[in-house]
Design a protein around this ligand. Structure first.
Ligand SMILES: Cc1cc2nc3c(=O)[nH]c(=O)nc-3n(C[C@H](O)[C@H](O)[C@H](O)COP(=O)(O)O)c2cc1C
Length: 436
C-alpha cells in the first residue's frame, strides 16, 4: 500500500520530500571501432536480423560484423611514445566510446572534444527537457560517457583520469578525461561489453539473479563512489512497479511531460534519426502500438486529467517492472551535478557488468527522480506535484535512500533476447578535434 507523506514516518532514514532539498598496439581494431561510429546524419537504423548472433548496437552505422577479426591486444609499451597518428586514433577511440553512453530520451546532451592528451565531455543544456530537472539527468549521461571513455582508454594502455568541473549557464558541468600511459586491469576487459551495452525494453523473464552477480554489481557501484540498492523480493518489486506506474500516469496527464515524451519517439523515416528513441525499440505488440496512437493525443489526456482518471496509463510500466528479476536503485551522497555524474559512471559500470552476466537492463525514470524539493515538483507537474511528492517519498523509503543521498537512476533487470533495433547516435564527425 502506498502512503501519503503526512501519514507514514517509521524508518530512521525517512524524511519528507521537502528535506530532500537538504596504445594502442592494435591499430586495425581500433580504426574499426572508430569507423563503426563515424555516422552520417540521416542514416536509417539497422534492424537486427532474425537469428543474428550477438550483434552489438553500434548506432547509426552497421550492426556488428562478426567476420571482422578482433586481434588480441598486446600489452602497452610505456617506454615507446605514442606517434602523433597513434595518439589521434587513441583519442578518437576514447571519444567514440563516450558517444555510446546512455542518455535520457537518447538526447545525447553533450559536446565532446578530443584535443592533445585529453577528451572533454561538456554538458549541453540545449538538449534538456522538463524531466531533466537542474540538468541532473544530463549529468548522469555525462558521467556514463566518462566511464566509457576510461574503459576505451584502458583498452589502449592508457589511464583516463576524470576531472568533473562545475560551470556556468552555458555549460553547467564539464568532465575532462586526462589520458596518460598506464594499465587498468579492471577496466580494459570491459571494452567489448561497453561497446555492446544497450537498453533492452523487452518484457523478459523473472529469472532469479545469482547472489555472486548481485555482489559484483554492488561492488561495481561502490568502486565509483555510489551505492546500489537491489529490490528482488517479489513484494518489493511489486511495490516499485506500483510507484513507477503511478509516476508514469502523471507523466501522461501533465501536458508538457506528455508532449516531451512523444517528441522523443522516432518513427522509421523520421527527419531527426540520430537522436531519440526508435519506436521499434519499445518492443510493443500490435495492440499496444494502436494504444500508443491514442495515448499520443493530448485532448484525450486532458479529459482523463480532468476526471483524475487514467489509472490504466501506468499499466505497461507496471507489467514490465513487476515481471523483472530485480529493480536496482543507484544513489550517491550529495546533490551537485558532479555527484550525479559520479553516479552516472556507477550506472554505466553496473549496466555493462549486468549485461556481461546475461541480464537485460532498462532504466525506468519516474518523473520525480531528479526533483530536490517542492519547487522542483511543482515545475514538473503543477497539478500533480503533491502526488509526485508522495510517490517520491514512498520510493525513497522502499529503496532505503537516506536524506543525504540522491537517487541517480532506477534500472530493471530481467532475462530477455536482444533488442529489436540498435539505438541511434550522432556520429563521430560531430566530435571536435582541433589539431594538437
Ligand atoms: C538518465 C537516463 C534516464 C533514462 N530513462 C529511461 C526510461 O525512463 N525508460 C527507458 O526505456 N529508457 C531510459 N533510458 C535509456 C535511454 O533511453 C537510452 O540510453 C537511449 O535511448 C540510448 O539507447 P542505448 O542505451 O540502447 O544506447 C534512460 C537513460 C538515462 C541515462
Amino acid at each position: 500500500m502506498l502512503h501519503s507523506r503526512s501519514t507514514v514516518l517509521c524508518h530512521p532514514c525517512d524524511s519528507p520530500p521537502s528535506e530532500l532539498a537538504s596504445r594502442l598496439s592494435c591499430l586495425s581494431v581500433r580504426r574499426t571501432d572508430i569507423d563503426r561510429n563515424w555516422g552520417q546524419e540521416g542514416q536509417e537504423g539497422q534492424e537486427a536480423q532474425e537469428g543474428q548472433e550477438e550483434t552489438q548496437g553500434f548506432g547509426n552505422i552497421q550492426p556488428f560484423q562478426p567476420f571482422l577479426p578482433f586481434l588480441p591486444f598486446q600489452p602497452f609499451q610505456p617506454f615507446l611514445p605514442l606517434l602523433p597518428e597513434e595518439g589521434k586514433i587513441a583519442r578518437m577511440s576514447v571519444a567514440a566510446a563516450a558517444i555510446r553512453a546512455p542518455s535520457g530520451g537518447n538526447a545525447q546532451p553533450w559536446h565532446i572534444e578530443a584535443r592533445g592528451g585529453s577528451v572533454s565531455v561538456r554538458l549541453a543544456p540545449e538538449h534538456s527537457t522538463t524531466m531533466d530537472v537542474g540538468y541532473r539527468a544530463s549529468a548522469v549521461a555525462v558521467g556514463a560517457a566518462t566511464f566509457n571513455a576510461r574503459v576505451a582508454a584502458a583498452a589502449h594502455g592508457l589511464i583516463g583520469k576524470v576531472d568533473f568541473q562545475p560551470g556556468d549557464e552555458a555549460s553547467p558541468l564539464s568532465a575532462i578525461v586526462h589520458l596518460s600511459s598506464g594499465d587498468d586491469a579492471e577496466l580494459s576487459p570491459l571494452y567489448e561489453a561497453m561497446l555492446g551495452r544497450e537498453t533492452n525494453r523487452r518484457r523478459g523473464d523473472r529469472a532469479p539473479i545469482p547472489g555472486q552477480t548481485l555482489e559484483l554489481l554492488d561492488s561495481a557501484a561502490r568502486n565509483e563512489g555510489a551505492r546500489l540498492h537491489i529490490l528482488s523480493d517479489p513484494a518489493d518489486v511489486e511495490m516499485a512497479a506500483t510507484i513507477l506506474a503511478a509516476a508514469d500516469r502523471i507523466r501522461y496527464l501533465t501536458p508538457r511531460l506528455h508532449a516531451e515524451m512523444f517528441e522523443e519517439l522516432r518513427l522509421p523515416g523520421d527527419p531527426s534519426p540520430d537522436t531519440g528513441i526508435d519506436i521499434r525499440s519499445l518492443e510493443l505488440g500490435p495492440a499496444h502500438l494502436v494504444m500508443l496512437d491514442i495515448l499520443r493525443r493530448s485532448e484525450v489526456m486532458a479529459d482523463l486529467a480532468q476526471w483524475n482518471a487514467g489509472t490504466a496509463l501506468g499499466d505497461d510500466t507496471y507489467g514490465r517492472v513487476a515481471a523483472s528479476s530485480a529493480v536496482g536503485v543507484i544513489s550517491v551522497r550529495g546533490q551537485s551535478l558532479s555527484d550525479y555524474a559520479r553516479g552516472g559512471s556507477a550506472v554505466e559500470s553496473v549496466w555493462i557488468r549486468a549485461q556481461q552476466h546475461g541480464l537485460a537492463v532498462q532504466p525506468v525514470s519516474p518523473a520525480f527522480l531528479y526533483a530536490h524539493d517542492e519547487k522542483d515538483l511543482g515545475e514538473l507537474s503543477p497539478t500533480f506535484a503533491g502526488h509526485l511528492g508522495d510517490l517520491q517519498y514512498n520510493f525513497r523509503k522502499l529503496a532505503n535512500t537516506d536524506a543525504g543521498e540522491s537517487q541517480v537512476l532506477v534500472l530493471r533487470f530481467t532475462r530477455a533476447p536482444r533488442p529489436s533495433v540498435p539505438s541511434r547516435r550522432r556520429g563521430l564527425h560531430r566530435v571536435s578535434s582541433p589539431p594538437g
